[in-house]
Design a protein around this ligand. Structure first.
Ligand SMILES: O=C(CO)COP(=O)(O)O
Length: 249
């Protein structure tokens, strides 16, 4: 079953005290929602966030992980380590990881495999850059990113995959894809999945939109039939704004 999801990607923001404050504000705003609500604090605060959101209707998820089980990878965190502190979902392939940390489709495919092997759910991100969109190449770029990192998977694996379309030109820029641009790309993504795995799988996968989603534009974006939720950056750092978006469903 396709799920509606709103996930807050906190990126490298909020120390421990700020994490405590924001979680308290979020807990004060939670009410029964049609959407699953997730937050992705920075790694040092995952354990605290996990403990302070138990039974609060907010899932704590990770922003990244390494593909190896363990070993000589200074500074990295494995799927098993995340699982051991109660984290069952991980964001992979964010454009900032691709751009600043040289993550490639090939390394992402390994990360996807490692997360699935541990039974984790993945929010897999991809999206074109401005130059790709200006040259009309956005579908080729997005199709390639999906195929290279995910098309070695089995149909059953997609039960644990959520997709997040995040056009790079709309991240942190205040520039949002129009609801129509998001819908067109999400429909293309679903068709790409359907061509390989069949309609049932394609219809079941949740596809989130990310890129300058705010309370003011969330309702219109979420109203589109192939948009199943959002991956939220800046607006996730404020509890009212974040729940303004969650409540847009
Ligand atoms: O990158 C994003 C979420 O992962 C989107 O960030 P903004 O909402 O700040 O544009």
């Amino acid at each position: 079953m396709r799920k509606q999801i709103v996930a807050g990607n906190w990126k490298m923001n909020n120390d421990l005290a700020q994490t405590e404050t924001l979680i308290s504000s979020l807990k004060a705003q939670v009410k029964t929602s049609n959407a699953e609500v997730m937050i992705a604090p920075t790694a040092t605060n995952l354990w605290h966030a996990y403990n302070s959101t138990k039974n609060a209707g907010i899932e704590v998820i990770a922003q990244n992980m390494h593909f190896a089980e363990n070993g000589a990878y200074t500074g990295e965190i494995s799927a098993a380590m995340l699982k051991s502190i109660g984290i069952n979902t991980v964001i992979l392939g964010h454009s900032e990881r691709r751009e600043y940390f040289n993550e490639t489709d090939e390394t992402l495919a390994k990360k996807v495999d490692a997360a699935l092997a541990k039974g984790m759910r993945i929010i897999f991100c991809f999206g074109e850059e401005l130059a790709d969109r200006k040259s009309g190449n956005e579908e080729n770029v997005v199709g390639d990113q999906i195929k290279k990192a995910l098309f070695h998977l089995s149909a059953a694996d997609f039960q644990n995959i959520v997709l997040a379309y995040e056009p790079v030109w709309a991240i942190g820029t205040g520039e949002t894809a129009t609801a129509e641009q998001a819908q067109d790309m999400h429909a293309f993504i679903r068709k790409t999945l359907a061509d390989k795995y069949g309609n049932d799988i394609a219809e079941d996968v949740s596809i989130l939109y990310g890129g300058s989603v705010k309370p003011a534009n969330a309702e219109e974006i979420f109203s589109k039939p192939d948009v199943d939720g959002g991956l939220i950056g800046g607006a996730a750092l404020n509890a009212e704004d974040f729940f303004g978006i969650v409540n847009a469903f």
